[in-house]
Design a protein around this ligand. Structure first.
Ligand code: CP
Length: 320
């Protein structure tokens, strides 16, 4: 099982991977998932060889924080928890924080608002591996887990169609990136004014493989027709709480309910990155239905992040 490092040292976007890196990450994730029951006997139990990985979260997290901490420990690394007040530009420039940290730790997992902050952090510290644990623009680790879940469900994913219904947000952007790179057609259904950002639409043609297409819709019935999986996310992301009332009204016609699922192919999957808001973006019956793979997605966060950490941090990297 090769954990050869990708060309880019950081993982700020799915696009930091070549398609071959993405395929390899999913292969490794499948192996580490199968081996997890071996515990300390697993082949990757010492993959990080005591390397230190810092965690810096400026927003709430259940899944991402837990799974990264468990992944680091199960790979034989050490978790260093940082206080966001001390480390995200309030006391000193972000670039100085990054240059300090690269003297002590090998990698850092950051959840923050601005993708630009992540890019500045990564550029300032050439020896530090920086992983995006969610920014306002992208959520690439979620997309890795989503792709592993689809591979487990379908075997061959190429030629399938996933429909994302809702806000054209960070989760949608990374889902589009990963889907197109694996040859999955991706439909994004959003109300006017809440669509996928234009820069993400522009990226589609150059990253698409095997003829996969990105199609944009404003009508949920049209966008879901014939889909193999229907994906949704919260209508109000972290930092948008002041817009919650207006968003509930705008997005109401985009709720994923049984009537909408009936437009998809028979046996279509229901996906959600969580946390879910039953009665808003998804109904209770769809969330709890046999079609729902939401907890597989959540579990797979752990396995793909172990694969990612192995690829970025295992091997010839030495302590500074
Ligand atoms: N899906 C996800 O990123 O969950 P958390 O916000 O709990 O980390």
């Amino acid at each position: 099982m090769s954990t050869a490092a990708p060309a880019r040292k950081d993982f700020l976007s799915v696009l930091d991977f070549q398609a071959t890196d993405l395929e390899r990450c999913l292969e490794i994730a499948g192996h580490v998932k199968a081996d997890r029951s071996l515990g300390r006997q697993a082949p990757t139990a010492d993959a990080l060889e005591g390397r230190h990985v810092a965690m810096l979260f400026e927003k709430a997290s259940l899944r991402t924080r837990s799974t990264f901490e468990i992944a680091i420990v199960e790979l034989g690394g050490n978790v260093v928890s940082l206080q966001p007040d001390a480390a995200l530009g309030k006391r000193e420039p972000v670039t100085d924080v990054a240059r300090n940290l690269e003297r002590w730790v090998d990698g850092i997992v950051i959840r923050t608002f601005s993708q630009k902050v992540l890019e500045e952090f990564a550029a300032a510290a050439p020896r530090l591996r920086v992983i995006n644990a969610l920014s306002d623009d992208q959520h690439p680790c979620q997309a890795l887990a989503d792709m592993l879940t689809l591979r487990e469900q379908w075997g061959v994913v190429q030629g399938r169609t996933v429909t994302y219904v809702g806000d054209g947000n960070n989760v949608a952007v990374s889902l589009v990136h990963a889907s197109l790179m694996l040859g999955i057609n991706i439909h994004v259904v959003s109300p006017e004014g809440y669509q996928l950002p234009e820069w993400a639409v522009q990226q589609a043609a150059s990253i698409s493989r095997h003829g996969a297409r990105l199609r944009l819709f404003t009508d949920a019935q049209d966008g879901v027709a014939g889909a193999d999986a229907v994906y949704t996310d919260t209508w109000t992301s972290m930092g948008q709480e002041a817009e919650a009332i207006i968003r509930r009204s705008v997005f109401a016609p985009y709720q994923v309910n049984q009537a909408l699922m009936a437009r998809a192919k028979p046996g279509a999957l229901f996906m959600h990155c969580l946390p879910a808001h039953r009665g808003e973006e998804v109904t209770e019956d769809v969330f709890e239905s046999p079609a729902s793979v939401v907890f597989d997605q959540a579990e797979n966060r752990l396995h793909v992040q172990k694969a990612l950490l192995s690829m970025l941090l295992a091997g010839p990297v030495k302590h500074p």
